[in-house]
Design a protein around this ligand. Structure first.
Ligand code: URA
Length: 427
């Protein structure tokens, strides 16, 4: 354990050098065990953010994070496995209809999900608005549910990549989140340790995403696809738009309702398009070519899988969902065409209404969030509802309204051009 010391490793990266395999292995292991101090790892993270890492360093850093904990295996299942990971966005409820849809097509989906981070929503927070549903499962429960239902959405156990758990919390408070090597290794260490056979990444780009430019999102996607492929996971990435929020809702229970509409054959066109596109990628990556996800969605089989998946985790899929105590309607100030709806503004408003947390230990409000009544390209009429804000605590309305200010534009629509939802595919 003592062939290196933290200062030597920090200086090497600070001065633009490449870290050796043994420096990386030692640093991650010593940090996980508390031998390297938080301030030392935080200095190294900043040096990595500023000076980057080579492909070899990123691969070794990821491998060291995987080695800090357990590896799961789904080899005993009679079906192939595929998982999906989104880098985080606003209104991104896609995992909810997607996991049961892919399960209904014959591929098992072990979906380890997270909670909301800043203005971005979290799948577990959304599902916890369903009465009785629980996010924590043991590895054995997860395997049993994959065998019986074919889909699980749950929290990652404590034993999976514990180095990332510590590192992520540190990066969150030291301005070192937006580093491609650190994001890629954080996401991929958990996905590789989870043991999925195939992985489809939804790399978000735009105002509401961590990556603001197409080129940075493409670089992140390429880095993660290479890490997955090198580790034997069949990995593909779609780069998708997050300048505009997905669907018509951002929050918790209101996003569950929208997801159930998609499973029932309705729902907003963009949510359906992305769900079906990702399902097709997951089936292909898992080597399954027969079923057409669009047909399976229309058949009601994905809804059956959803109900089974929610029930298996203690939830009541028929129970009414929580509704916020107060609403506030924002009307369109003029008539015309909605030409812009900013994902960051909507995400921030939903967060401030109580759909997200201010501190890690805060509880979220199940009913809080924002509904928008038009999407870019739609006509709006002066005085008609444009947004509905939902919260249990009406003193939050002012700050949410401030977040929405400047977050949308209404024009004559002459120069309006729709942006494609799927911008690139990287394999
Ligand atoms: N999600 C993760 O799990 N890690 C990151 O670094 C960013 C998003």
């Amino acid at each position: 354990m003592s062939q290196h010391d933290a200062v030597e490793v920090i200086l090497a990266k600070r001065d633009g050098g490449e870290l050796s395999d043994s420096q990386i292995d030692w640093m991650i292991s010593a940090y996980t065990q508390g031998v390297v101090a938080e301030e030392q790892m935080s200095a190294l993270n900043m040096a990595i953010l500023l000076n980057g890492m080579s492909r070899r360093e990123i691969a070794r850093w990821t491998a060291a994070m995987i080695a800090s904990g357990e590896r799961m295996s789904f080899d005993s299942l009679d079906r192939p496995t595929a998982d999906k990971h989104s880098t985080g966005g606003v209104g991104d409820k896609i995992t909810l209809p997607l996991a049961p849809l892919v399960a209904a097509c014959g591929v098992a989906v072990p979906q380890l999900s997270g909670r909301g981070l800043g203005h971005t929503g979290g799948t577990l927070d959304k599902l916890e608005s369903i009465p009785g549903w629980r996010a924590s499962l043991t590895n054995d429960e997860m395997l049993a549910q994959l065998a019986s239902v074919g889909a699980v959405i749950c929290a990652a156990g404590e034993g999976l990549a514990p180095a990332d758990r510590k590192l992520y919390a540190l990066r969150d408070v030291t301005g070192t989140v937006e580093s491609i090597p650190l994001i890629a290794s954080s996401i991929m260490s958990k996905k590789i340790a989870e043991g999925t056979g195939a992985l489809v990444l939804d790399v978000k780009v735009g105002a509401g995403a961590f990556m603001k430019t197409l080129s940075s999102a493409q670089e992140l996607a390429r880095t993660m696809v290479d890490l997955g492929t090198d580790a034997g996971v069949n990995t593909v990435a779609l780069v998708t738009d997050m300048a505009t929020p997905l669907g018509l809702t951002a929050g918790n229970a209101i996003e569950v309702t929208e997801s159930v509409e998609v499973l029932a054959g309705g729902g907003p066109a963009d949510v359906v398009e992305l769900t079906v596109a990702l399902a097709r990628e997951m089936l292909a990556a898992a080597g399954v070519s027969g079923p057409d996800p669009a047909e399976v969605l229309a058949s009601g089989k994905a809804m059956d899988a959803w109900r089974a998946m929610i029930s298996a985790q203690g939830g009541d899929p028929s129970a009414p969902l929580p509704v916020a105590r107060e609403t506030h309607v924002v009307t369109a100030p003029s008539s015309g065409v909605l030409t812009r709806l900013d994902a960051m503004a909507v995400g921030l408003a939903a967060w401030r209404l109580g759909a997200g947390r201010e501190r890690k230990e805060d509880a979220v409000q199940a009913g809080a969030g924002v509904t928008w009544h038009a999407r870019p390209g739609d006509s709006v009429t002066a005085g008609a509802p444009l947004f509905t804000l939902h919260t249990d605590t009406p003193e939050r309305f002012d700050r949410a309204l401030a977040a929405l200010e400047g977050g949308y534009e209404i024009g004559d629509g002459a120069a309006y051009e729709a942006t494609p939802l799927i911008l690139d595919r990287i394999s």
